[in-house]
Structure formats: C-alpha cells, structure tokens
Design a protein around this ligand. Structure first.
Ligand code: 5GP
Length: 343
C-alpha cells in the first residue's frame, strides 16, 4: 500500500471545503473556541462525512458543505484550513495540487479577501512544502449571474496579479440548479484572459447541457458520468467526447458514495479508459468522502486490475493535463524518475 503513497501524484479536482479532514475540522473548532468565535457546528459535525453505504445522495451532499463553511468564514480560519489541507495532500504523496474553491462573502470577509487569503496561504505554504500548489476559482451554479460575473472578474484580476498561483476557473455546485449557457459569458471572459476552464459535466442526466458544455471546449471536465448512452448520455454526447478527447477528472469514491454510479465495478472509468479518453484520478472532497488520493489510485488499480505499468502511466499521463504549463516538465521528470527506480 505504501506504493500508492510513494507514487508521485497530481491532484486536479479537489474542493477546499470538501477536503477538510476530521483532524483539520477539529483544529478549526479549537481555533474558534480559543478566539471566542461563534461555532455552530456542534450539532452536525458528525454529518460531514458521507461514507460508503450512507443513505444520502448527491443532492443531500450539497448541504454538508455548509458545515465546513461555518468553520472557514474568517481570513484566519480559511488560511488555517488551507495550510492544513495542503500539508495533508503532500503527506499523501501528492506532488502537485490544483485546489479549487468558491469565493464567498461572509460577515468577516469579502470575496476579494477570500481569494487574497487563499493566494497568501498557498504562497506561504510553498516556502516549506515540496508540493506545488495552484488555485482554480470556482463559480457555483446556484449563483445569480451578477455574482458569477463578479467572481470571473476577480479571478481575472488575481490571475494578472498572481499568474504563478491562479491557473483556472470552474463551474460546480448542485447540477440541478442553474443553466450552463447563462454562465458562458463569464467563463468565456476568463478563458479569453488566459485562464484555463474546467466544468462539472454530466453529474446528472442532461444530454443537452453535456453537448453545450463539450462544444464550449473546456480544457478539462469533472466527473463525466452521464455521457455514454449506458449512463444517461446519448450516442452524440459520447461520440463528441471521443472525438474531442477532453480530459476527465474522475472521482471514484465520490461517485459511488453519492450513488451517482451503483458501485466501483460499474464506474465509467473503464469506458473512458478503454476509449482512450484521458482520465485523471482525483478525490473531489476527501473530507466528505473519507478518502485520499493514494486510496483512489489503489481502488482504481484493484477494481480494474491495472498492471503496475498501467498504474504508473496513469499517474504520468495526468501530468500532461495540469493547468500550470510551466511545471509540466518538472512533474514529468519526477514521475519518470520514480518509474525508473521502481521498475
Ligand atoms: P468550496 O468551493 O466551498 O471550497 O468547496 C465546496 C463547494 O464545492 C460546494 O459548495 C460545491 O459548490 C462544490 N462541490 C464540491 N463537491 C462537489 C461535487 O461533487 N459536485 C459538484 N457539482 N460540486 C461540488
């Protein structure tokens, strides 16, 4: 099992507030207690994790994020949550992380301060971590368009200010809320400014939306469940993905625990892999789904009986799809070096 931790891995789909581990949540609660901040999490702290066999589904899962949000509503707690989470990813053998998070206005900070705090926390962590971290700014599909535009503008502003930290923009949140097309102007603006784009795509059956998303030509998509006809997609959605070969950020445990797929064996990873569509193994919300990146690799390898050569290729290929073009070679060399030593 240490092989999966030792394997240098890149994480490209991790939501900050879904990634908080129980240990990090406890530290945040302690911080709240010590500084006399109000802590409303006591009652539902236990409800944060959606483990195997939990009766809750994808829709219910969007409510649990408010538990994490109540612990990251000040610049200090947000910075602490970020630095603890980065450390955990590194300890799990992650050599490159693209963390994503949705800027929120809270009584203690504005969206601008939210982004500023994340950038500062990432820069500070880079002084003592070997893992490279970049930030993707998230837009929640539930946001009014004005707010989406505001977040896109902030992302562009901060990308210009900190091109070595901010690399992309993404659309996430409850897939039953909002209309993709309405977010296109905000996303396009960011794309034109040089930000990379990734979209949560096909989490629920909605072939029209999937087609519109694929036609937008995002740099990557997240999940990509309902694209193949067997999984609620159509011939058209599947053939379009096969033609465009847009890399898919695959989150096995997240999809199983939210019952978006019935079990690991029938996960669409296999379909994507066999169709030679680039796949990147990711955690999504390692705190909520009680997992880690090394565990996701292990589950994938065991479920689909990958050889050690295929496993190493999977990790190596992922380096090609990072949004930070300037670190691709470093990551590639690191993986090749690991493969060299272990073969
Ligand atoms: P945050 O952006 O606050 O750091 O992380 C939590 C947010 O990420 C959630 O409120 C939600 O908008 C988004 N998110 C986390 N996991 C998922 C997921 O599995 N699917 C979708 N569509 N959005 C998610």
């Amino acid at each position: 099992e240490t092989f999966f931790v030792d394997l240098p891995k890149v994480e490209l789909h991790a939501h900050l507030n879904g990634s908080l581990s129980p240990a990090t949540m406890l530290q945040l609660k302690r911080y709240h207690a010590d500084s006399g901040l109000e802590d409303k999490t006591n009652a539902f702290f236990d409800e944060f994790q959606i483990g195997a066999g939990d009766s809750r589904n994808l829709t219910d899962c969007f409510q649990v994020f408010s538990i994490a949000h109540s612990l990251t509503s000040t610049p200090e707690t947000l910075a602490l949550a970020t630095s603890l989470t980065l450390q955990e990813f590194q300890d799990d053998g992650c050599c490159y992380l693209e963390l994503r998070s949705t800027p929120r206005d809270t009584p203690q900070m504005s969206k601008l301060q939210y982004i500023e705090t994340l950038v500062q926390a990432i820069q500070k962590s880079s002084l003592h971590l070997t893992m490279i971290t970049r930030l993707i700014v998230s837009i929640n599909r539930r946001s009014p368009l004005e707010e989406a535009e505001q977040i896109a503008d902030l992302a562009i502003e901060y990308y210009k200010k900190y091109p070595d930290v901010i690399v992309g923009i993404e659309l996430s949140g409850d897939p039953m809320a909002g209309v993709f097309q309405e977010f296109v102007p905000a996303l396009s603006k960011a794309k034109e400014a040089g930000l990379k784009v990734t979209l949560h795509c096909g989490e629920v059956c909605n072939p029209e939306e999937v087609m519109a998303m694929l036609k937008f030509k995002p740099d990557r998509i997240g999940h990509g469940i309902c694209i193949h006809p067997k999984y609620g997609g159509t011939e058209e959605t599947w053939s379009t993905l096969c033609k465009l070969k847009i890399p898919v950020e695959v989150c096995l445990t997240s999809n199983v625990n939210t019952k978006s797929v019935p079990d690991y064996d029938s996960h669409h990873f296999k379909l994507l892999y066999d169709a030679e569509i680039p796949v990147i193994i990711c955690t999504d919300d390692k705190g909520v789904f009680a997992t880690s990146l090394s565990r996701e690799y292990q589950i994938c390898v065991n479920t689909f009986s990958l050889t050690s050569y295929q496993t190493a290729r999977l990790a190596l290929n992922a380096c090609q799809y990072v949004f930070a073009d300037n670190v691709r070679k470093t990551l590639n060399d690191k993986l090749l070096n690991f493969i060299d030593k272990n073969s």
